[in-house]
Design a protein around this ligand. Structure first.
Ligand SMILES: Nc1ncnc2c1ncn2[C@@H]1O[C@H](COP(=O)(O)OP(=O)(O)O)[C@@H](O)[C@H]1O
Ligand SMILES: CC(=O)OP(=O)(O)O
Ligand SMILES: [Mg+2]
Length: 420
């Protein structure tokens, strides 16, 4: 890294890109004061009627909506760059220090935030078969950003990183060791940036040292995962080799008997790719009741819709099983923590997830649970033995923090030097 001349202030802004299969979420954050200068999402990329929604946070102006066609991620990033430029925050800005990318699968090798070079990009591509919905979009996002700003460090922050601390007895599947090792088949876990951030914030909320705090963290978004966190480190998590295992999700089945796959191959003649598509894209809440948005499902439940009711009950039943399992894994639990779109907003989900678990010291206070809010908060009764908390996640800020720390770390000689 070159040191800027002393009269030029060092750049402090980080653009964070969270590239999904058909969307790119972005935030521009100034790390000098952690202020958010812009945020937005480009959606329905490659689907004809695409859209960009851009919040010009630096000017306090109204959210701008753009509709048109974004044929691919290149076009989406160009549209995002245009929106940023309209606020005087273009990608050509000398104030940009790095572009931080959420990358879903880092495998065994990529477990730290990493400046992307050709070898890193190759490794992320090699992992596409184990994150087919996510890694291809992450690669495209990085390549496009590289083309727009070849001079800037592109930093990859991996969803799998936080879970690399799992002990072997949690990470290994009980299958033939040689086969597993030859193909690197094991539990990796995902949403790690969120689980790590939320664990830290939850310890703060409890007024405890993270090193003395045991948590069950429930990240319930479109994808959903649970983790058992002991003393700030991941001890087990519900997603596995891929983001398909574990909880019931928006469109993914979560846990099923693996023999379902062979059975559908034999009796329904479905190919591996067809079953993959079924379990990842046409299952979960969507497969059960035709909707994957929890808001719609709750509306339908309240209106007496039986399919939505059953889908909700299956979702909750699985969630309760993981709470019980991770309670047993941890032995002592300080708090159960809800986060992400569903976890932060759906009071009925939180209530049902811990209903009747008073024997385990778990309960929610109806009024506290029903009260909304954007801040981290406790929703358990004052005297609860195990706290229940809602902690909004902030994957973008965490990615910006890690990217900025990496690119500003002193590369000079000495014990803190950049080697290794
Ligand atoms: N007020 C709400 N009540 C219930 N569910 C909500 C609410 N707001 C958002 N959600 C749910 O959050 C989900 C998206 O969560 P999010 O964490 O943004 O997911 P992702 O990052 O995977 O896109 C949506 O499917 C929606 O069902
Ligand atoms: C890993 C994963 O499931 O991510 P998302 O929730 O963004 O789909
Ligand atoms: Mg998410």
């Amino acid at each position: 890294m070159t040191t800027p001349p002393s009269h030029t202030p060092a750049p402090t802004r980080v653009l964070v890109l969270n590239s999904g299969s058909s969307s790119v979420k972005y935030q521009l954050i100034d790390m000098a004061d952690r202020s958010r200068l812009a945020a937005g999402i480009a959606e329905r990329i490659g689907e004809g009627a695409s859209a960009v929604s851009h919040q010009p946070l630096s000017t306090g102006g109204e959210t701008r909506e753009w509709q048109g066609e974004l044929a691919d991620h290149d076009a989406a990033l160009a549209a995002i760059a245009k929106e940023l430029a309209a606020d005087g925050l273009g990608l050509d800005s000398p104030e940009l220090a790095a572009i931080g990318h959420r990358v879903v699968h880092g495998g065994l090798k990529l477990t730290e935030p990493t400046v992307v070079d050709d070898a890193v990009l190759k490794e992320i591509e090699r992992l596409v078969p184990v994150a087919p919905l996510h890694n291809p979009a992450n690669v495209t996002g990085i390549r496009t950003a590289q083309r727009l700003r070849p001079d800037l460090p592109q930093v990859a922050v991996f969803d799998t990183a936080f879970h690399s601390s799992m002990p072997e007895h949690a990470a290994r599947y009980a299958i033939d060791v040689e086969t597993a090792d030859a193909h690197r088949v094991r539990r990796y876990g995902f949403h790690g940036t969120s689980h790590a951030y939320v664990s830290r914030k939850a310890a703060e909320l409890l007024g405890k040292d993270a090193a003395d705090t045991n948590l069950i963290v429930l990240h319930l978004g479109n994808g959903a995962s649970a983790s058992a966190v002991r003393a700030g480190r991941c001890e087990d998590t519900s997603m596995g080799l891929t983001p398909l295992e574990g909880l019931v999700m928006g469109t993914r089945s979560g846990d099923i008997d693996p023999a379902v796959v062979f059975h559908l191959g034999r009796v329904a003649g479905m190919s591996a790719d067809e079953v993959d598509d079924l379990l990842n894209k046409r299952s979960g809440l969507l497969g059960l009741c035709g909707a994957n948005d929890m808001r719609e499902i709750r509306r339908r439940v309240d209106a007496g819709d039986a399919a939505a009711r059953l889908a909700f009950d299956i979702y909750i039943h699985r969630l309760r099983k993981y709470i019980g399992a991770y309670y047993a894994v941890l032995g002592r639990v300080d708090a159960v923590v809800f986060t992400a779109g569903v976890g932060e907003n759906a009071a009925p989900v939180r209530e049902a997830a811990v209903a009747g678990l008073e024997q385990l010291g778990l309960a929610v206070d109806g009024d506290l649970n029903a009260a909304g809010g954007k801040e981290a908060r406790l929703i358990s009764p004052e005297d609860a033995r195990v706290k229940v908390a809602v902690v909004p996640t902030d994957e973008e800020l965490e990615i910006a923090e890690q990217s900025y720390a990496l690119v500003t770390a002193s590369p000079g000689p000495g014990p803190e030097g950049g080697a290794g």
